[in-house]
Design a protein around this ligand. Sequence first.
Ligand SMILES: NC(=O)c1ccc[n+]([C@@H]2O[C@H](COP(=O)([O-])OP(=O)(O)OC[C@H]3O[C@@H](n4cnc5c(N)ncnc54)[C@H](O)[C@@H]3O)[C@@H](O)[C@H]2O)c1
Ligand SMILES: O=c1ccn([C@@H]2O[C@H](COP(=O)(O)OP(=O)(O)O[C@H]3O[C@H](CO)[C@@H](O)[C@H](O)[C@H]3O)[C@@H](O)[C@H]2O)c(=O)[nH]1
Length: 323
Amino acid sequence: MVTGGAGYIGSHTVLALLEQGFDPFVVDDLSTGSRLAVPDQVHLYIGDVGDKDFVRGILRDRRPKSLMHFAGSIVVEESVRDPGKYFRNNTASTLALLESWIAYGGGEFIFSSTAAVYGMPETLPVSEDAPKNPISPYGSSKWMSEQMIRDLAAAHPEFRPVCLRYFNVAGADPAGRTGQRGPQSTHLIRVATEVALGLRGRMSVFGDDYDTRDGTCERDFIHVSDLADAHVAALQYLEAGGTPAAFNCGYGQGYTVLEVLAALEQVLGYPVAADRAPRRPGDPARLIANTDAIRRSLAWTPRRQELTAILESALAWQAALNR
Ligand SMILES: NC(=O)c1ccc[n+]([C@@H]2O[C@H](COP(=O)([O-])OP(=O)(O)OC[C@H]3O[C@@H](n4cnc5c(N)ncnc54)[C@H](O)[C@@H]3O)[C@@H](O)[C@H]2O)c1
Ligand SMILES: O=c1ccn([C@@H]2O[C@H](COP(=O)(O)OP(=O)(O)O[C@H]3O[C@H](CO)[C@@H](O)[C@H](O)[C@H]3O)[C@@H](O)[C@H]2O)c(=O)[nH]1
């Protein structure tokens, strides 16, 4: 069972599950996702994961062996303006889903968490046991969910969770079957590809006075298809008897905003219109994953680590979406 499987990361993971011989179905309320992102052979149940009657009915009918929980709200800035939405749709909905899952006797559970649980990390690359000091309601809503998951796992031994903390997810399925669809994206690579393709006028580089190589923020970008493979690897880890755990999902390598734009210009062969702008509130200067744990514990081999591969797939998807 894949909640949020009609969204960006969930739809890539459904493809990875199909490729590995699993038989997924999707539960999604289509609030930001699209039915077009769900392959024809995969059943889509439309509804809210926080609705216990709805979820229990699906569990009774489908008897899933494992659950991947992607459904949630994801815009950091919106969470600052409307925290209640994030505690409701991320934390409270996750609790309702967990209670339904545990009452059903469910075992393997994989949760979409985020590097935002660390806030402004003091030590880089940041490892899983670093202090959790989220600085946005979005990050808090996910850290609260992780704490519920941890405590429920201690009380219910059959419930075996893995929390995956994603760093900066980017790119699209290299075969062009799915990608990011939302119209109002604020993510750097999505915005830059829209400018590159003439879908937006200009873009801003938020802050050039950080303590980094070139003054702009540095991030650890992970190709969404590698992230999808990490979910399959986490499922296989649990199927092999793996114990509850949290893993950072990144490559352990950072690129600054200006390095990303330079690489994009190299791929395009023409410049991307970007203006210097003040810092965006809440942005940590550097966010890089320590990836020792995921590389040690999961059978996961990233295959698309080149920034160029991420940018080319993002450009191809964006161009196809607007054709
Ligand atoms: N995109 C990123 O950079 C990023 C980074 C870290 C973590 N995450 C997490 O990964 C998960 C997936 O994110 P995404 O980028 O694919 O976002 P997305 O908006 O594309 O996907 C979320 C999906 O969940 C569905 N949904 C939302 N609330 C629901 C509800 N109550 N019931 C049923 N369905 C619901 C939406 O319709 C959508 O299809 C989220 O939990 C997000 O917090 C994303
Ligand atoms: O038009 C833009 C958009 C972004 N940036 C900068 O690019 C960097 C990356 O920003 P963005 O792509 O918005 O990602 P983050 O703010 O790093 O957050 C993403 O990555 C986090 C984990 O690292 C996740 O928790 C969040 O959900 C996800 O949005 C930041 O320094 C931004 O200031 C710009 O300069 N101009």
